[in-house]
Design a protein around this ligand. Sequence first.
Ligand code: NAP
Length: 328
Amino acid sequence: MSDQNDVRELIIIGGGPAGYTAALYAARADLEPLVIEGFQWGGQLMITSDVENYPGYADGVMGPEMMSDFRRQAERFGSEFITDDVTKVDFSGSPFRVWVGNDEYSARAVIVATGASARWLGIESEQQHRGRGVSTCATCDGAFFREKDVYVVGGGDSAFEEALFLTKFATSVRLVHRRDEFRASKIMVDRAEKNDKLDFVLNAVVDEILGDTKVEGLRLRSTVTDDTWEVPADGLFVAIGHDPNTGLFLDQLEHDAAGYLIAKPGTTETNVPGVFAAGDVQDHTYRQAITAAGSGCQAALDAERYLAALEGHPGTAMTAPRPEAAEV
Ligand code: NAP
């Protein structure tokens, strides 16, 4: 284990599919990465039950088990972990500096893979039923709601996409929206209106999720009259948007209006040479474990090329140099 004062080759911030995959590749390339994985390591998959769409797990796998596997595989090749949250970064010059409380670490390259977090409604019963009938991911959990009656909250493209996807499985899908106009694109709304399984509950919010060990119903509240009423339901999908976990980086790395980091097209390079972004922190389109893992791999290869160019050699057999590597 190297000393805290050493300048490392690579620090990876974030312990989800992107961070661990970056660590696996970087460790195998002898970069001895330090992964500051977060106090709640594992990312969004830690709150998912069965994962059935990750290639290689033919019989499915529990989200936390899969993330343990990712972590173990990265560890096997020499990644080092700190199970805590980064509290401050300084990317203004090389070496880049990263703090965990009062402890400072520095490296010549950094991969930011801090992910995104789904927005929640903020009601207590939602946390009680999370992973047991309440979900923020229809792609992950929709298949568990075959022939069930489910509700989706939200009025944006995500909510419509989730609701339409759920009609493949559920008997009925009702989309609850707090206004009577949608933020979603017209084409999505048209498609939803034509779907016989899908209904709307407008000018309403979810006040409470009913049921002890499983979801049995919802208490809805009118945003016009404040009246409340109860409906039977087997599940609730919260689709009111995601927020990238980029608060620490906004003043140092280029980002879009929603706070997602911007990587140069076709690469994981940020506006700061030597700092790379991987996974959901720079992707609000796909947001899948497999795409995050792929992007973590790309970031490790990009970082390896960058470090090799700093050393003045062209990289290992694993990484053919990019033409622009000479400019680094
Ligand atoms: P979004 O566009 O920000 O929509 C969030 C929705 O949730 C809004 O309708 C909002 O209501 C509602 N909402 C927010 N907080 C709420 C709360 N506490 N209680 C009840 N409702 C609440 O987010 P998104 O749908 O995730 O989309 C994000 C971006 O990704 C958008 O640019 C979208 O176009 C894009 N996207 C595209 C696709 C696609 O093209 N296939 C799919 C998914 C997402 P209000 O309308 O009243 O604010």
